[in-house]
Design a protein around this ligand. Structure first.
Ligand code: NOJ
Length: 748
């Protein structure tokens, strides 16, 4: 066996030697290596490279690796085991091709960062990049070189549990944060030992699952696909994302794993992508359930013919594609291209040169990593309400009642997708308040409810007693981690269990009530917001949630997070998102709602507009919303020109002033509306944002520039272009307020 491998290696070297004088670029050298290795491979070995397993038994795995039947594995995280697996692959398989080891490292490996939705709430690509870098350093120290992240499915429906894992409802925000995560995972160079390949998922439209029910079908026409769902994926390609994953859903009847339009026409031909495409877990096989494939062989053929390179776990490729080649259902060229994409990735990762993990010194939970995670929570928490400056807590608060099922729930605050996070390392708000502020306030802790779904109200009276003895109450509510994430959809977005009652009873004490929500999605918390004096929303914050939230409550940190999703008033308003189309009969802000409608009102007496009689049309909180302990004023908006051509760039400047008494950070946001198009356009689209930090009283001239070419969209003729005409622009503190100006664009 070894001798064949040595001959193979020698042949590769000779081949490279003969070509290297003409093509010297690292990429060209890799292409040569890929081609020479491919030339040595049997069809069985090629199909083996296309096979990814989640092994249950390492002995069995070793046998299959020896036979060349495995290209990648997921879910092995023990570095000694990974090194043994690589030894078998390198020394005991005929060609010695290393194994690519994957894992779902979604928002941290050991040091858990806020869930991706929370990272998006920072509106800070730098913190998202740093978070992914920390995750890559920790995961690669155990031998993991490929993560299935970022998830950049535009998500406009909080019933869908996977909204937690997304960057929210906006294509531009998802593109910016997703691209930053790609850079963070992959680092400066993919072949550095701490780089892990990123995976843009789920390609595509998975976030549009009908009714928010996970895995459900989607019905997204090509124009919406291109204008809304594809841009974050294009940004991932531009950021150098090494891999893509197909999604579980069928869109307009075509399962993504067999969708050659997106996988070949868009990804490969239009975007010139040369990375690797993997299926989602058994999504090839599931095409039988979809009613799209007759059997396993059909599923394998439809997947590879559509442009899939590697199959995750369901093994239809390795079992059937040999026969498919004989039957001429699949061309050898198709298999070769898939294997090329896989080998290219292995070379890019430097796996042939450095297949083993060598990290004697543990980098997990490094102090720097914990501090970065803490900063991420500080920037991600969103202050939704702060009546009469309830927050920050002042020294008048001598006794603080800390209440609620999420106050001291180290596992739950880590959120979804934490295979490797450990609750023993999580710092909860209760721990942090006691530790960091225990000499400033007396803390009385009463859970009130055991867990977020708890309907047993017997602990509430103890919580109320605690509140009565205190000067202020902080109640931590939300969702346990199991309630969001994959397969965890909800039909009802209210707070679970008796949490709402708990807040109501605490509020009835007359003490100031500060509600802190830790959840995996935006919940419909209209009543709870009314019943609270202040509300802080922290999407599951991870390991360092406690200290960051404590510092916000006590004013050491001024909150600056903004909603990356629109908050509905009630579940039935969903889907609700800011970039909606106007309709022919948009609602007026003053619509008469259900309780004001007279009995026996005439059928048309309340107008015929587009809104819900019982909920109106406006959200509880719009996209981009978030308060600060200080206030910001926007003024003097000017545009470089109000008459532009398609070739110009628009410069927008304005003055931002911190008009309050605290230093603070504002996320300034620039939205644009294309007033009339060849197809109807969203009422607003986010085009730029920036975090600006100002001292109390300080002002700053802010300039944002945007090339007119970025106003292009896919119009009636399915061309991507800027349509000349009239536009409106806003700069402001969220998607529903701001200074505004009009401008026009003409063709050259
Ligand atoms: C299924 C999920 O949809 C996907 O996001 C994940 O990466 C794979 N399972 C692997 O665990």
């Amino acid at each position: 066996m070894k001798s064949i491998k040595l001959i193979a290696t020698a042949l590769i070297s000779v081949f490279i030697g003969s070509c290297s004088s003409q093509k010297e670029t690292p990429e060209a050298i890799i292409e040569n290596k890929v081609d020479s290795l491919l030339n040595l491979m049997t069809l069985e070995e090629k199909l083996g490279q296309m096979n990814q397993l989640s092994p249950y038994n390492l002995e069995e795995l070793a046998k299959r690796i020896r036979k060349g039947e495995v290209g990648s594995i997921l879910n092995v995280v023990n570095p000694e085991e990974i090194n043994k697996i690589q030894e078998v692959a390198l020394n005991e398989s005929r060609l010695g091709i290393p194994i690519l080891v994957a894992r779902d490292v979604i928002h941290g490996y050991k040091t858990i960062f806020p869930i991706p939705l929370g990272q998006a709430a920072t509106f800070n690509p730098e913190i998202a990049e740093q978070g992914a870098r920390v995750a890559a350093i920790e995961a690669s120290s155990d031998g993991i070189r490929w993560t299935f992240a970022p998830m950049i499915d535009v998500s406009r429906d909080p019933r869908w549990g996977r909204i937690a894992e997304s960057c929210g409802e906006d294509p531009y925000l998802s593109a910016v944060i997703g691209a930053a995560m790609v850079k963070g995972y992959q680092g400066e160079s993919l072949n550095a030992p701490t780089a892990i390949a990123a995976c843009a998922k789920h390609f595509v439209a998975y976030g549009a699952a009908e009714g928010g029910r996970d895995y459900n079908s989607t019905f997204i026409p090509e124009r919406v696909l291109r204008n809304v769902y594809l841009p974050p994926f294009k940004a991932a390609v531009d950021a150098g994302c090494a891999t893509f994953m197909t999604s579980f859903n069928d869109n307009d009847g075509v399962p993504s794993t067999a969708n050659s339009f997106v996988l070949k026409d868009v990804l490969r031909k239009e975007w010139k992508y040369d990375g690797m495409v993997v299926t989602d877990w058994a999504s090839a096989l599931e095409m039988i359930n979809h009613g799209f494939c007759t059997d396993e062989k059909d599923a394998a053929e439809k997947s590879v013919n559509a442009g899939v390179d590697m199959e995750m776990v369901s093994e239809t490729f390795i079992k059937h594609l040999k026969q498919s080649i004989t039957d001429k259902k699949v061309a050898m060229e198709t298999i070769d291209n898939a294997v090329r994409n896989i080998l290219r990735l292995k070379y890019r990762l430097g796996l042939f040169d450095n297949p083993y993990v060598v990290t004697p010194q543990s980098v997990k939970y490094a102090e720097k990593h914990l501090q970065t995670a803490r900063t991420a929570v500080e920037q991600s928490a969103i202050l939704l309400k702060n009546a009469n400056q309830t927050l920050p807590l002042t020294d008048k608060v001598k006794t603080l009642a800390v209440i609620g099922p999420m106050a001291d729930a180290p596992y739950e605050q880590m959120g979804t997708w934490v295979f490797d996070g450990e609750k023993a390392h999580t710092q909860t708000p209760l721990m942090a308040i006691k530790q960091m502020y225990g000499n400033q306030v007396k803390v009385i802790f009463e859970k009130g409810l055991e867990y977020s779904r708890d309907k047993n109200t017997k602990g509430i009276s103890r919580a109320v007693n605690a509140a009565r003895q205190a000067d202020a109450v902080v109640v931590f509510v939300g969702e346990e981690s199991i309630l969001s994430g994959e397969a965890h959809s909800l039909a009802n977005l209210n707070l679970q269990g008796a949490q709402s009652l708990l807040i109501k009873e605490l509020s009835a004490t007359g003490k100031p009530v500060i509600t802190v929500v830790m959840a995996g999605r935006q919940l419909a918390i209209t009543k709870e917001v009314e019943a609270s004096n202040a509300v802080l929303y922290s999407f599951h914050p991870g390991t360092m949630g406690g200290p960051a939230i404590a510092d916000i409550l006590f004013g050491k940190v001024n909150p600056s997070g903004k909603t990356p999703v629109t908050f509905p008033r009630i579940s039935g308003q969903v889907p609700i998102y800011y970039a909606q189309h106007n309709t022919g009969r948009p609602a007026n802000p003053t619509e008469m709602l259900i309780d004001d409608i007279p009995v026996e009102a005439g059928q048309t007496s309340i107008g015929c507009r587009s809104f819900y009689l019982d909920a109106g049309n406006s959200p509880l909180f719009p996209f981009g919303y978030g308060l600060s302990y200080t206030t910001f004023e926007y003024s003097s908006l000017t545009l470089s020109s109000e008459k532009l051509t398609t070739q110009d760039s628009l410069s927008v400047s304005f003055t931002l002033k911190n008009t309050g008494h605290y230093d603070g950070t504002e996320v300034v946001q620039l939205y644009i509306q294309d007033k009339t198009g060849s197809v109807t356009r969203p009422v607003k689209e986010l085009k730029r944002f920036q975090r600006i930090t100002l001292k109390a009283g300080e002002s700053k001239q802010v300039s944002l520039s945007i090339p007119v070419s970025e106003l292009a969209f896919w119009g009636y003729d399915m061309k991507f272009e800027v349509e000349p005409g009239d536009f409106r622009l806003w700069v402001g503190t969220n998607s529903s307020e701001g200074l505004t100006k009009d401008f026009s664009v003409s063709a050259l």
